[in-house]
Design a protein around this ligand. Sequence first.
Ligand code: 5GP
Ligand code: ZN
Length: 113
Amino acid sequence: MDCLFCKIIEGSIPSKKVFENDRVLAFHDIQPAAPVHILIIPKKHIPTMNDVTEEDDALMAEIFSVARHIAKEQGIDESGYRLVNNCNAEGGQVVYHLHLHLLGGHQMKSLAG
Ligand code: 5GP
Ligand code: ZN
């Protein structure tokens, strides 16, 4: 499949992995937007948040669980972090394989302005 993140999962494109099990992979973003910028992805190819179904409930819960685990491991659980999913064009999605951005390590602005 012509998907960048599927290629990272299968290993044909290298990545700096921080977590992996049979269902979930997490790796450092190649162009970090914060001191900590890690991408958390399901190994199942789900293009966007719109494509998630009830069948994926356990997988989605696991992705959030992995995010909590990594935030703690990175030492940003108490200082704080942001979890972001970009969906489709206006959401700024570039890679069409569902992913959560885990961002932290510096002060972020409130979205409320
Ligand atoms: P999106 O805009 O789709 O939510 O986020 C895609 C993210 O993937 C971007 O933050 C981008 O820097 C990251 N990215 C793109 N290509 C690669 C790559 O080859 N390796 C890694 N580790 N990250 C990538
Ligand atoms: Zn994929």
